[in-house]
Design a protein around this ligand. Sequence first.
Ligand code: ZN
Length: 456
Amino acid sequence: MHLNHLLALLLTPLCAFGAFKAGAAKRTVTPGLKSAPAYIAGFGNGRAATGVHDDLWARCVALEAGNQVVLCGVDSIGLFFDDVVKIRQLVKTRYPAAQVVVAVTHSHETPDTMGLWGSQSGVSGINEEYNALVVRNTADAAIDALHSLQPARIRAAQADPPSLKQFYDDSRPPFVIDSAITAIALETPKGARIATLIHWTNHPESLGSKNTLITSDYVHFLRDEVERSGGATCVFLNGAIGGMMSPLGAAVKDFETGQPAPKDTFRFAESVGRPAARIALAALRSAKPINADALLYRETEVAIPVANKNYLMASAAGIFKGRKPMGGDPPVTRTPVGLFTISANGKPAVQAAMIPGELFPELSLGQISRDPNADFPDAPLEPGIKPDILTAPIRIVVGLANDEIGYIIPKAQWDRQPPYTFGAAKQWYGEVNSVGPEAAPIIIQAIGALAREPRR
Ligand SMILES: [Zn+2]
């Protein structure tokens, strides 16, 4: 065999087998507020941070079984693929074979890393120094996690009790809620915890649009609860949070008194985060170790036509500061779609679809509703990622992974033209923050193709 061919083979991520190892590390990504104002992302313009309630974090778990894969959860509204590529390049300088997934928690109380929430409309809110800090510290956390790899075992559990439904106010029909919470424990062979990965699906925006303190929102309390219980480093990943998986407007009860939790307060955020964590931890208690012996992360890049004129204008006006190029005729945005699989005894045990934005849960669960007033009422229904594409006992859909392209809406529910779906008098919220109607079919098709590829 020619040496180049051998090298190419060695560099191709095959489903290599090997002893299972895990490591974890975290770095703060809290903004300094003295030298420049930090505009808080997620609601309106001109929301300058006045202080810090809790540190923001880049937290990573590194996993190895033949291949090395690092999963990072970063407290940020969104990181464009351009910044994720920079993180990957930094990690590659130390660990050339490691594959890195960067998913943001999407907290709406963190600095604007995308440019949409600057001092005023039309002015980019990106502070390049801050984005560079997030890139550097996330890469350092990933490198530290790889550095700390040690022999490990893995346990995983999923729970979806009715009590989790209280944390949602779904403002757009069909009322589909993906409330399942997943806990993955990484432990030494003797059972000492190395890290706990928690995956849940909800907008971290409990503090509302008026808060000016930097915080990771309910995620802070959720991780704190896990870490206080002996969970070691807790890494949080969010899910299919589009259309609209949010605690805003939900009748959340105070986690201690059972009385209604006051809106737009840290007590409200705490009353979301702690009970959710306890449900995950309770499920984890009875989970048995999985004989994990292989890892596979595959990623493909797709080109999605950009139908959203505001996105094109923002890109042209430099709001993204050179990120998210939308070239071509018609213009497209390129974005990564990934599939991560942990296998045991030749079968997938845990699978995570990596989605580059805010997927409507109808697409995660396969519960799309047709309405004759939709713009494409006869569009084929995309298969549900969890019921129809993934096959492992533990299936998760990670949102805002490696990119943030906005809402990803089932094509059959896409609705910009009146009359509106589900009897609405005015246009639904969602399409205005979406690339376009082709995002869902293209991304779901890509996940399906990755899942069908042979695993070796
Ligand atoms: Zn969102």
